[in-house]
Design a protein around this ligand. Structure first.
Ligand SMILES: *Cc1c(COP(=O)(O)O)cnc(C)c1O
Length: 436
């Protein structure tokens, strides 16, 4: 059985972000429950990355699958242009109540990249509809926003897209002042970023459509964390110069930072916010790009040319919307954010244990996310050190997926305290075994 599946996998599958020539055979996962994954041989793995950052309440939630089953029997899918349905409108209302005030116009799609693509296109057409030509975007160094072309353009500095250099549109990249325990140059780093921002704005004042930001945590570039006071100032600088602000909360949304949204740590609010990954609790794809009403109003006109002509086959799929509604209800029923706070405490403890090892640097955490870097080995997304630690740790029954020399833990919120403590303990032992 195992051999057959692997053979078919080899013959027919192209895996994401994977160089098959350098990778060992994938594990065949046959089931998942809570924070555990089970493979075809009966081995169990603790899912310390929430299945690529999506699963928040844990796997195999009965209440979410019941919501899905109920919905699929009633209305499985329907075109969303010209028609509407209850799951979509109820979810939109729920989201607008949870989001910072004023973000209340919801455009649905299927994944994080499309939610970003929609944000960028709307930002661009917003100015076009006002007879303004603003075609440049601003983003942060290392920012990651998805793998479609627009998202790649604003995420170009992440380093994943070298072959596409000639294909992406022009974007300005600001240095990202990431912080960690014991960083004593953060003020200078932030000042440097501010100076850069001021010069971009003054040189291109009438040409900048929007800035896109992963608020507080840059995910794919290595779980880099900045200070909320820094972002408050950044957002004010752009908004006061008539430049739209897009928050990409695809990773940070839905409790990951310890609050419902990273935005909730800030005094400012974005004009546009992108949501996906954990929106449905992480069991079925759905995304939403949510706008301030003033943005939407720029598209409401008797002139058809002002329409946003964009849509996806599965826009607002009713099954996915029902799962999302249930996931949001769970936050209230189970006080989910308290669970995240408890995880944060263990992260803090675990990191201080790990940081005694001299190969560990830049420990950082926020809410359900903890990260650190390994020093003294190779660096970059393809770094062998990360792969080695990952493979060794998998043998112990823990699934992680290092970003180069950065190791991070981001478990589902249902993880038991003892399990997470044990993960830190085992990781600590594993890291002491690493030899240069
Ligand atoms: C994962 C991610 C995306 C892309 O989402 P997909 O669903 O993988 O297309 C965009 N932005 C951020 C911040 C992400 O972490």
């Amino acid at each position: 059985m195992k051999k057959k599946i692997l053979e078919k996998d080899k013959n027919f599958i192209w895996h994401p972000f994977t160089q098959s020539k350098l990778s060992s055979d994938p594990k065949i996962i046959i089931s998942a429950m809570d924070e555990k994954l089970t493979d075809i041989e009966g081995n169990e793995y603790i899912d310390l990355i929430s299945s690529w950052w999506v699963n928040i309440h844990g796997h195999g939630r009965k209440d979410i699958s019941e919501a899905i089953f109920k919905q699929v029997k009633k209305l499985d899918q329907v075109v969303f242009a010209g028609l509407t349905h209850e799951p979509a409108v109820n979810l939109a209302e729920k989201l607008s109540k949870l989001l910072p005030h004023g973000l209340n116009r919801v455009f649905y799609s299927d994944n994080g990249s499309t939610s970003v693509e929609i944000a960028l296109k709307v930002a661009y057409q917003f100015w076009y509809n006002r007879d303004k030509k603003k075609k440049k975007f601003v983003a942060f160094n290392g920012g990651y926003h998805g793998d479609t072309l627009g998202a790649m353009s604003v995420g170009f500095s992440s380093g994943f897209y070298k072959p596409f250099n000639d294909l992406v549109f022009e974007t300005f990249f600001i240095p990202f002042p990431d912080n960690w325990k014991g960083n004593n140059s953060i003020n200078e780093e932030e000042d440097k970023a501010f100076r850069y921002i001021d010069s971009i704005i003054s040189d291109n004042c009438n040409e900048l459509a929007a800035i896109i930001i992963e608020p507080l945590i840059q995910g794919a570039s290595g779980m880099k964390i900045c200070r909320p006071e820094f972002l408050n100032k950044v957002v004010k600088k752009f908004q006061s110069n008539n430049i739209l602000v897009i928050f990409d909360e695809v990773m940070t949304g839905f409790g990951r930072t310890g609050k419902m949204f990273a935005s909730d740590f800030l005094d400012v609010k974005p004009d546009i916010i992108c949501l996906a990954k954990s929106l449905t609790g992480g069991c079925i794809p759905l995304a939403a790009t949510v706008f301030q009403e003033k943005i939407h109003q720029e598209f409401v006109d008797l002139n058809f040319n002002k329409t946003f002509l964009h849509g996806h086959s599965f826009t607002a799929n009713p099954i996915a919307c029902s799962a999302a509604i249930k996931s949001l209800e769970i936050f209230e029923e189970e006080n989910t954010l308290v669970k995240v706070k408890n995880i944060e405490k263990i992260h803090q403890e675990g990191l201080s244990l790990l940081s005694k090892n001299p190969i560990i640097s830049k420990t950082r955490f926020l809410g359900g996310v903890a990260a650190f870097d390994i020093i003294g080995f190779d660096k970059g997304y393809g770094a062998k050190i990360g792969e080695k630690i990952k493979n060794n740790f998998l043998k112990k029954g823990f699934l992680i997926r290092p970003l180069g020399e950065t190791i991070y833990l981001m478990p589902p919120f249902c993880i038991k305290q003892n399990t997470l403590l044990k993960a830190y303990d085992e990781l600590d032992k594993e890291l002491y075994k690493i030899k240069i």
